[in-house]
Design a protein around this ligand. Structure first.
Ligand SMILES: Nc1ncnc2c1ncn2[C@@H]1O[C@H](COP(=O)(O)OP(=O)(O)OP(=O)(O)O)[C@@H](O)[C@H]1O
Length: 386
């Protein structure tokens, strides 16, 4: 997609601040641009985070996530734009004078220091006395589930324990913002899932405003209050995980966040439950517009996830009396595949193939059966066709 695309859903998560009674760490990024190696890699980022919010920058490698995070941290200076925390412009403030805690993929622990010394490092830099350092390091060790491991060295820890150490080191200074740059990428799949759940729970307990950078959709969906989906230096959509998943705003978001059915049609007016989209002469589908509602007759694109599609027997999909066009999309079952916990069903329709994922235990439609594909309007998004 292009630069200058209107970002959808820019309002902040309403309940994040209330969660832990947090009042610190309101971040505003305004018109941030940055070129590196002669190429503009961040192209106009606008973003507001409420105190206590957990926001994820999600996107493919090279889309500018880490560059954005590094401008928040103060490791990079934007070419233009403003970084503000709690109403204070910190754009030009050096990194060591910002109250940020950062965790990297590579742990970045000091190998010659014990775990407790690593954790207390930020306090030492701030000239906190030895007794208080020891007490707070012990508390931080407990916070991340490493009680009793303070005297070990990083080499004596597992990957997960090292990352917990890095997290404790970031949190001990009670930062305004916690910045996590792909912190789970070096861990094996099982541990990655466990640690991300722990980090999400810990964040909700301590309430530190947090930004996570990741290219992993599942991770973003699992832990975030909101997700900013990025591509080529811009934010394509900024919304709650459910909204990003069920109502993607652009082709890129739809394809990047999971499997999706893409159907092209013509806008046909608002309905009580959503907006109508006409496919051919006879089929009317309903979906929820993302951004401004399209004008009648405008070319539109509808996105619906396979999980949101229901496959109804024709008798179940009978239109209500008096309806001119039929709701739902009729078609013929072309393939069914048993996937263990789910069943995949492929239906050939006038608008192309529609894939549906049916829950385990569903009645499997027969090959060649005439069916109707339907969904709840709030589970499909309607956008202007690019
Ligand atoms: N110091 C640099 N000099 C030149 N180009 C750079 C520099 N650092 C990053 N880039 C380029 O800027 C673009 C954005 O990089 P960035 O690290 O922000 O992406 P990312 O989305 O975090 O990706 P990844 O997940 O791979 O780190 C990439 O094309 C990268 O090659």
């Amino acid at each position: 997609m292009t630069a200058g695309t209107e970002t959808v859903g820019t309002k902040a998560a309403p309940d994040a601040a209330a969660r832990a009674g947090t009042t610190r760490g309101r971040l505003v990024l305004q018109g941030i641009h940055k070129a590196l190696g002669g190429k503009e890699v961040v192209r106009g980022i606008d973003l507001t985070m409420e105190p206590g919010e957990f926001l994820t920058l999600l996107g493919p490698s090279g889309c500018g996530k880490s560059t954005t995070l590094n401008m928040v941290a103060g490791h990079l200076l934007p070419d233009s734009g403003v970084v503000e925390v709690d109403g204070r412009d910190i754009t030009h403030l050096p990194a060591n004078r910002r109250a940020m805690g950062m965790v990297f993929q590579s742990y970045a622990l000091f190998p010659h220091m014990t775990v407790a010394e690593n954790i207390a490092f930020g306090l030492r830099m701030r000239k906190v006395g030895a007794a208080q350092r020891r007490r707070r390091a012990t508390e931080a060790l407990e916070l991340v589930g490493l009680d009793g491991m303070g005297e070990r060295y990083p080499r004596q820890l597992s990957g997960g324990q090292r990352q917990r150490t890095a997290l404790a080191r970031a949190l001990i200074v009670e930062p305004d913002l916690l910045l996590l740059d792909e912190p789970f990428s070096n861990l094996d799949a099982q541990l990655r899932v466990r640690l991300r759940e722990e980090v999400a729970a810990l964040q909700r307990r301590v309430g530190t405003t947090t930004i996570l950078v990741t290219h992993d959709q599942d991770e973003a969906l699992a832990v975030s209050d909101r997700i900013a989906v990025m591509a080529e230096g811009t934010i394509h959509q900024l919304d709650a995980p459910e909204t990003v998943y069920l109502r993607p705003a652009t082709d890129f978001v739809a394809q990047f966040v999971g499997e999706v059915n893409v159907l092209d049609g013509i806008a046909a007016g608002a309905a009580a439950e959503g907006h109508r989209c006409r496919i051919g002469d006879t089929h009317l589908l309903t979906a929820t517009p993302v951004g401004a509602a399209p004008g009648d007759g405008e070319a539109v694109r509808l996105y619906v996830r396979p999980e949101a599609v229901r496959v109804l027997a024709v008798s179940e999909g009978v239109p209500p009396a008096g309806t001119a066009a039929r709701p739902g999309l009729p078609g013929t079952v072309e393939a069914t595949r048993f996937l263990g916990t789910r069943i995949r069903c492929v239906v050939a329709t006038a608008a192309g193939r529609v894939e549906a994922t049916l829950p385990f235990g569903s009645e499997v439609p027969r090959l060649g059966e005439e069916v109707i594909c339907a969904w709840q309007p709030q589970h499909a998004s309607l956008t202007a066709r690019p």
